[in-house]
Ligand binder design. Sequence first.
Ligand SMILES: [Zn+2]
Length: 440
Amino acid sequence: MVSVSTRTPTSSGESGATSVAPAGGPAGGGVTGGPCRFCGAALRHTFVDLGMSPLCESYVEAAHENAAEAFYPLRVHVCEQCYLVQLQEYVTPEDIFTEYAYFSSYSDSWLAHCRDYVDMITDRLGLGGDSLVVELASNDGYLLQWFVHKGIPVLGIEPAVNVAKVAVDKGVRTLTEFFGTELADELAADGTQADLIVGNNVLAQVPDLNSFVGGMPTLLAPGGVVTIEFPHLQKLVDGNQFDTIYHEHFSYFSLVAAERIFSAHGLRIFDVDELWTHGGSLRIYACHAGNERLAESAALTDLRDREIAAGYTDIATYSVFEERARETKRKLLEFLIEAKRAGKTVVGYGAPGKGNTLLNYCGIRTDFLDFTVDRNPYKQGRFLPGTHIPIHAPEKIAEVEPDVILILPWNFKDEIIEQLAYTREWGAQFVVPIPEVTVY
Ligand SMILES: [Zn+2]
């Protein structure tokens, strides 16, 4: 279970950060977003306000189509002390993650990425039959299975009961728990020490960030390494990826914010890889603060310098993002209004979480999109949360022959346009909303 942490780290002594006086004044008439998840400072600056939205993974079953749905504010703040961009926790992780629709193994390119990582890190750290790899939020065993194939002992920690069961059935040893200082203490007391701790796309989803990161040094063997992947805030901003903001993602990290957080918990980031995944991610490498054998890499120094030069340690930098999201909304609606006035049929492709943020923020329902399609059978026959756009199997597109196809998972646009090449026969157009409305 998630333990409650009241630890308030100090903000002195970390690298890459400067102390900055608040600029621009509090946004939103002084409304605060509560205390910062990391440092406890009052949140006074809005990063972007996307209005009220339902939980993006709560696909509506046909039988519940007329029932009320819960909407929560999708208002993101940035902390003027530590620059952590964050969303308040409106729903508990137990609500979101104990029965989760997302199975990591559904994406082929993601699986290939994970397999490459396992080969790379096994060589780099010299892992073998005497090592232990622990993954936090190990999902359906999509990653740890590759270590198992190499004969390297593993332990997965995964709170979602339905996905953890799939992992166990594959032979991946898995504990059905939330990770934090409490679980780390228990495991360490039993003699569990990890040579490698992995966390892929989980850091953003942790409400009690201090307990989660704080548990890592306890579980980590002396000389061990932690690698964590998360979407990079700078890519979100530069790519105008406001639709990747949803209630399930509580925090959005720059390198400089991540360094403060890890440093406050006795860990030192010594290297970083910039990855293409999820619209642009970072993989950070960390070790115990006292481990002097692992020197800071040139890549780390370089990225930190670039973030500081781009203004990520200046609160004013964060105030420009909201207007870009609004302008994208106006442009997308303009395009759709014009298409509908011309009598065109418009449908969607995909039912990803990011599509739900986009459609709810823009107010796009069946008045603009007749339906969307998705390859995941779990979603077919259901409705998108909030907008109630029906989700069909991909074959529906050939049946209807729409004029315009709005691609919601824009990060896979090339793959999708290729798959749907046959729609060119009747002259279908593809539209991608992000980073800006573009017709293909
Ligand atoms: Zn803070």
